[in-house]
Design a protein around this ligand. Structure first.
Ligand SMILES: Nc1ncnc2c1ncn2[C@@H]1O[C@H](COP(=O)(O)OP(=O)(O)OP(=O)(O)O)[C@@H](O)[C@H]1O
Length: 265
């Protein structure tokens, strides 16, 4: 049986004050899948990312990365994971190359191997010709692609991206989405040989490919539906994933408990 790249089960988190930011969230992200974590503002997407990356500990439940519980085996879990957080973290006054070399050094990757990997990732993301430029000189879309290249240098088999298109214009968004889909669909693999799995958080329904993507619909801390996009639409009784998203995230859902699980997929 294929081990999920990411498995969340019974995941709960409270920041205090009684309200749960996440409540019994459960879903999987499988190798080779582009999975959209879809939710309106305040749904719990960033909280889920913080739990999945070990920045926060859950009140209950667990997140396993390729079978390793992030709370119990953080080293093994993090080694398999690349992360692009919502807030950009590149050094604006270093070149793209310098930023990536620094990250590779932090991961203990030798200089020659680092150069080889950096070149390969920058070529893959159509950014190689900008390698010698300071990040400050790049537009938002190119900066995001540089961050993705950096997140792939240690050859993870799970890539987490928290609302990576925020602030980008439409062409830059489309290019970024195309590049990340190509990682899943193409020959992208982690060091372990597993195909790359992507978890892409967004509140923008048009970032989903309704034919090929998987979705996890999060609303008010609860997973309302998960599975292949066409199956989620069908299970919600909707013609499109956009309609299903509207229905599942309506302010007052028809039935509070009517979530659609993986079985629908
Ligand atoms: N540090 C915090 N302290 C207290 N409450 C928080 C904190 N961070 C988030 N919350 C609350 O937890 C809930 C989920 O927030 P979260 O940021 O995870 O949602 P989100 O889906 O990422 O939203 P957005 O799309 O606006 O970033 C919200 O009600 C939010 O107000």
């Amino acid at each position: 049986m294929t081990v999920p790249a990411l498995e969340a089960a019974g995941l709960r988190h409270s920041y205090g004050g009684g309200r749960m930011a996440l409540e019994d969230a459960a879903f999987t992200v499988m190798p080779g899948h582009f999975t959209c974590l879809l939710g309106p503002n305040g749904a719990g997407k960033s909280t889920l990312f913080a739990l999945a990356t070990g920045l926060l500990r859950p009140t209950a439940g667990h997140v396993r990365i390729h079978g390793h519980d992030i709370a119990l085996e953080p080293g093994k879990a993090l080694a398999r994971m690349g992360v692009v957080f919502q807030q950009p973290t590149l050094d604006l006054d270093l070149t793209v190359m310098q930023n990536l070399r620094y990250f590779a050094a932090l991961h203990g990757i030798g200089r020659r191997e680092a150069n080889r990997r950096i070149e390969a990732e920058l070529v893959r993301l159509s950014l190689y010709e900008r390698a010698g430029e300071k990040v400050r000189a790049l537009n938002g879309g190119h900066r995001r692609r540089a961050e993705i290249a950096r997140a792939l240098l240690h050859r993870p088999s799970l890539l987490l991206l928290d609302e990576p298109t925020v602030g980008l214009d439409i062409p830059a968004r489309r290019t970024l989405i195309r590049h990340v889909h190509a990682l899943c669909a193409g020959d992208g693999t982690g060091d372990d040989g597993d195909r790359i799995a992507v978890l892409w958080a967004t509140h923008l329904i048009d970032e989903i490919d309704p034919a090929t993507d998987h979705v996890v619909v999060l609303h008010r801390g609860r997973v309302r539906a998960s599975g292949a996009a066409p199956a989620v639409s069908a299970a919600a009784g909707c013609a499109t994933v956009a309609e299903a998203f509207d229905r599942l995230t309506a302010t007052r859902p028809a039935k509070e408990s009517s979530s659609i699980g993986e079985a629908a997929a």
